[in-house]
Design a protein around this ligand. Structure first.
Ligand SMILES: [Zn+2]
Length: 138
């Protein structure tokens, strides 16, 4: 299944991001410790080291947030079993023809014009054929 493979990759990314951010935080902790070192205090390197520590900590935090945000958006996406095309928005939604049988949106490609000029639509989801009774909106 490609979807589960993608999800597994995503989980791997999350673990990797978590490990990386933990590594960054450990590094930040080392910089904080080194900032407190008497040598650093004597040579006036306390502030630069604290700044570096802060940046490393911030970097780790951003990494973690980004990893988990991308995970959330991917999980909110359409599941493999869901009907595709239902979430069409904007211009596509305005041209949509709704199937009276199942309520699915049939696209313009499903419309066929017969010899007598009557437009028939075959629902791509439930295969029900129906006539277009009113003027399409496109
Ligand atoms: Zn239908």
């Amino acid at each position: 299944m490609p979807a589960s493979a993608a999800r597994a990759t995503l989980t791997g990314m999350k673990i990797l991001a978590t490990l990386l951010s933990v590594g960054l935080w450990l590094l930040a902790g080392l910089f904080v410790l080194s900032a407190k070192h008497p040598d650093a205090v004597a040579s006036g390197k306390v502030l630069p080291r604290l700044v570096v520590a802060g940046l490393l900590g911030l970097g780790g935090l951003v990494l973690l947030i980004m990893a988990f945000r991308s995970g959330k958006s991917a999980e909110a996406g359409p599941s493999p079993g869901s009907v595709q095309g239902q979430e069409a928005s904007g211009p596509l939604a305005a041209r949509a023809i709704v199937c009276p049988n199942c309520g699915a949106k049939a696209d313009a490609e499903a419309v066929k014009i017969g010899k007598d000029g009557v437009m028939t639509v075959t629902c791509p989801y439930c295969q029900a054929a129906f006539f277009l009774q009113e003027e399409p909106k496109w």
